[in-house]
Design a protein around this ligand. Structure first.
Ligand SMILES: *Cc1c(COP(=O)(O)O)cnc(C)c1O
Length: 243
């Protein structure tokens, strides 16, 4: 059986070391455990091992697991409240299914999507934290706005979506054998993040999260300024999509 607890502490150690290399503290790095394809039992084990934040990329998986995982955690006497991160592409017509079940949405890449989140959040009397997804490498296969498109999108969201709070940026680097090859993309997104920090009012717009780095490249991402890493395989082992 995969030793989730041991894997977690190894990831944390490596994240700490990367943060130190960049003159920062490991305690500034939020680790989001990516739980897509994992069972509720596995997620509960991760929570018991100290995970505070989980990330899913499909609406259906969030709705299926949300209540069950909450119950598992309670059964274990931890009463753990984990934060749920929506990290995958989100269709407008599905926002309504997760608006009560998500703490932060990482994948906002259009005004239309932000407006739908705004409408659904306002109807529930809440605000929703979001990150704007940036496709720094301009890959056809990936969602997200271009680096040039990020600022205008953020301005539009701040202007038009009072129930949405922009908390930073998210980016997925291209798949690369050597993570050094994607360092420049992380650097570009960090530059954008610093620009946003200058405009931040701390209310509707803040530079709180720079969500970059996965199992394969999180150390490079942290060295370039990431403060939120999304790690799945490194914690739970290889995914089995055939389940
Ligand atoms: C699956 C996924 C991850 C985690 O990937 P691993 O390589 O398993 O760490 C991170 N971010 C997003 C958006 C994902 O879909």
């Amino acid at each position: 059986m995969i030793d989730i607890k041991n894997n977690l502490s190894m990831i944390r150690e490596r994240a700490d070391a990367a943060a130190k290399r960049a003159g920062r503290s490991g305690s500034d790095i939020l680790l989001v455990a990516v739980t897509k394809t994992r069972s509720c039992e596995e997620i509960a084990r991760a929570i018991r091992a100290g995970v505070t934040d989980v990330g899913e990329n499909k609406v259906q998986e969030i709705t299926e697991k949300f209540d069950k995982v909450g119950k598992f955690a309670e059964l274990d006497g931890k009463g753990a409240h984990v934060r749920w991160h929506m990290i995958g592409h989100l269709q407008r017509n599905k926002v309504k299914y997760i608006v009560d079940k998500t703490d932060i949405i990482h994948s906002v890449d259009s005004v239309g999507l932000a407006e739908e989140i705004d409408k659904r959040a306002a109807a529930r009397g809440r605000t929703m934290d979001v990150l704007v997804q940036v496709n720094a490498a301009g890959e056809e296969s990936k969602f997200g706005v271009s680096t040039e498109g990020a600022k205008p999108l953020i301005d539009a969201i701040v202007e038009r979506c009072p129930a949405v709070r922009v908390k930073g940026l998210m980016s997925i680097a291209p798949a690369a054998e050597d993570p050094e090859d994607v360092r420049r993309y992380f650097r570009e997104v960090k530059e954008l993040y610093d620009l946003i920090a200058r405009d931040a009012d701390g209310e509707r717009l803040s530079a709180e999260y720079l969500s970059m780095g996965m199992t394969h490249d999180f150390e490079v991402a942290i060295e370039e300024g990431s403060n939120l890493i999304r790690v799945g395989t490194g914690i739970f082992g290889a995914r089995d999509y055939g389940k």
